[in-house]
Design a protein around this ligand. Structure first.
Ligand code: TMP
Ligand code: ASP
Length: 235
């Protein structure tokens, strides 16, 4: 296979014969805490490719412009080429993870309204929390784009939360990345248990990467359970 254009912690990106499209390859590698903790989750690449494809297709039907073109193989999807904005958009419904620490709320406490946060994608700085003014000063996005990121974040949250409730999954929080394709802002990256917190509605069981981050065990089984609830597919 050709050399990757870009290799991240969980995915590789390849050029294709079409200058407008990239091939994304999902790896089994897992990292946490800005790469300090490393491991592999067996089959994760296959599961996240399928789970992301499912969510992107759902969002396309709901009118959310995104980079997904089609699944190519177990671990590969074709996407539209994006110039990724160096901003992570995190949307939260329930206090967990870094928010629980920052504001001193116990994990699991419901927020009275969803919170949208922005993080500066910079490994050397450890992806710090920023606001719209920082984004403007750092030239990461225009004011109009920042407003669109927040609006899309909330809209996607509402679509995903409602759908997942029907699958007995609570969407605690999640991270999105966006990019520009032919001048248009599109949702990119992935939507998977690596980038979302999913808790079983009835038992509160964690069905996401916190099982890896916190050494809770049964990581692969949790990812498989998410795919099964979404598509019925037993992988
Ligand atoms: P946090 O509570 O650690 O800030 O994470 C919030 C959400 O963002 C959670 O669903 C996991 C996701 N996330 C990523 O996808 N990548 C990251 O590097 C981090 C820190 C969080
Ligand atoms: N993926 C991130 C990292 O390795 C962190 C995380 O998902 O917790 O740094």
């Amino acid at each position: 296979m050709k050399e990757a254009l870009y290799e991240g912690k969980a995915k590789k990106v390849y050029a294709t014969d079409n200058p407008n499209e990239y091939l994304v390859y999902y790896k089994d590698d897992a990292t946490a805490f800005n790469g300090e903790k490393k491991g592999t989750i067996h089959s994760k690449g296959i599961l996240n490719n399928k789970i992301s494809a499912f969510f992107f297709e759902m969002l396309t039907k709901a009118g959310v412009p995104n980079h997904f073109v089609r699944i190519v193989s177990d671990r590969e999807m074709l996407v539209k080429k994006l110039e990724i904005l160096q901003i992570e958009v995190v949307v939260r419904n329930i206090a967990a993870g870094s928010l629980a620490k920052r504001i001193g709320w116990e994990e699991g406490r419901k927020l009275p309204l969803p919170i949208v946060e922005f993080y500066y994608k910079d490994d050397a700085l450890g992806d710090p929390l920023i606001n719209e003014d920082h984004a403007r000063v750092l030239n990461l996005a225009t004011d109009e784009q920042m407003k669109a990121l927040k609006d899309w974040g909330l809209k996607i949250n509402s679509i995903l939360s409602t759908f997942l409730k029907g699958k007995k999954v609570e969407l605690i929080d999640f991270k999105l990345e966006f990019g520009i394709h032919n001048g248009e802002l599109l949702l990119g990256d992935e939507i998977s248990p690596d980038t979302c917190r999913f808790w079983d509605t009835e038992t509160g069981q964690k069905l996401d990467k916190d099982r890896f981050r916190r050494d809770l065990g049964d990581v692969e089984a949790a990812y498989k359970e998410v795919l099964r609830r979404l598509t019925g597919e037993v992988c």
